[in-house]
Ligand binder design. Structure first.
Ligand code: MUC
Ligand code: MG
Length: 367
């Protein structure tokens, strides 16, 4: 069960509904499939979604970091020696998505080697997660239609609204239109992806007090430390750190500085190992967590479900698990079903995202 080889395969799958948000937009999933093969012939897989506007990584930087820095140092290491593996990865700073995917691929290989689903190895708390759907920048009427369709087709009742635009009235009107059209039963929360200043975020909150919003994610750049702390102190709803908290160290800095009052965990950038550290920090401090989506494929979404369902704290709130619905296709062999607003964990060994080799051959961009 030693690592025999690590492969990085770039691929491109277009989106049917591109997602636009304050820090960028996605119209093609130009991701990297990471595969770890062990000396026993077990293959662990994970998906790496590059987000240059969030973490500075690209498809080629992920391949280069894994191919030239991690792989030479890790081949020959047992997949069970995860602390040794992480000691190697820690020698390279940043590159969170490359590290996260490699960590998940190794967990997948561990699960397959011991014949256990990874959600059980991680904690085994529950068997499914409630789904929250993300609504990007589009005319309010289209978002209302989208939300209705998500409710009717999949039973989804929680929506994250992408905000962070100027003039602020654009977002305020969208929030009001969604609340008005969807009624009181649905949960609505915001993610500004650093698009506003802290004071602008406070103004939006003041103007939407009657909209029953439950959370405000990454309202402004976390470096705006003083005004962000003021916002967090005065906000009636949790202010969630997402891209400002990819590691346990970042999460503690933001929490201790008063830059947030809740943490978004994303397995795509923290893997299962660092996500576990972040979760321990949050539960120890009594801080709420959410399971976020890095505009993941079904492979990435299943990893989020495996981690989120494994723990009590991460399964309390709906996880962001449905961005893949906006993709034209996926690499997964057995597609995810969303029923009654929930996605179930897979009871097969590993994370449960087996790859359709024909689709991989069709979408890979290195041949
Ligand atoms: C989110 O929650 O911010 C947008 C960029 C990214 O890295 O993730 C998404 C969603
Ligand atoms: Mg976010």
């Amino acid at each position: 069960m030693k690592i025999a080889s690590i492969e990085t395969i770039p691929y491109e799958i277009p989106y049917t509904h591109p997602l636009a948000f304050a820090s960028g937009s996605v119209s093609t999933a130009d991701h990297v499939l990471v595969r770890v093969t062990t000396t026993d012939g077990v293959v662990g897989s994970a998906d790496a979604p590059p987000r240059p506007y969030t973490y500075g990584e690209t498809q080629s930087s992920i391949m280069e970091t894994i191919g030239s820095l991690f792989s030479p140092a890790l081949v020959g290491t047992s997949i069970f020696d995860r602390e040794k593996i992480h000691a190697v990865m820690r020698r390279t700073i940043h590159n969170q998505v490359a590290k996260g995917a490699l960590d998940i691929a190794i967990w997948d290989a561990i699960g397959k080697t011991v014949g256990q689903p990874v959600h059980r190895l991680l904690g085994g708390y529950t068997d499914s997660m409630r789904v929250s759907h993300m609504l990007g920048f589009r005319p309010a009427a289209e978002l209302v239609d989208d939300a209705h369709r998500m409710g009717e087709d999949y039973g989804i009742t929680t929506f994250k609204i992408k905000v962070g635009r100027r003039p602020l009235s654009l977002d305020i009107e969208t929030i009001r239109a969604l609340r008005g059209a969807l009624g009181d039963e649905v949960e609505l929360y915001l993610d500004a992806n650093r698009g506003w200043t802290a004071n602008e975020a406070a103004e939006v909150l003041r103007n939407t007090t009657d909209c029953d919003l439950t959370m405000l994610e990454e309202p402004c750049d976390a470096k705006e430390a003083m005004s962000r702390r003021r916002l967090v102190d005065r906000s009636p709803i949790p202010v969630v750190a997402d891209e400002s908290a990819p590691t346990a160290g970042d999460a503690s800095r933001e929490l201790l500085n008063g830059g947030c009052s809740a943490i978004c965990i994303k397995t795509a950038r923290s893997g299962f190992t660092e996500a576990t550290e972040i979760l321990g920090l949050c539960t120890g401090l009594g801080v709420d967590v959410t399971m976020g989506n890095q505009i993941d494929t079904q492979i990435g979404s299943l990893a989020t479900v495996a981690f989120g369902a494994a723990h009590e704290a991460t399964s309390r709130r709906a996880g962001e698990l449905s961005n893949f619905l906006d993709m034209s296709d996926d690499l997964i062999l057995d597609p995810i079903a969303i029923r009654d607003g929930r996605i179930s964990v897979r009871e097969t060994a590993g994370v449960g995202a087996d790859i359709d080799e024909e689709k991989l051959a069709a979408y890979r961009s290195d041949r």
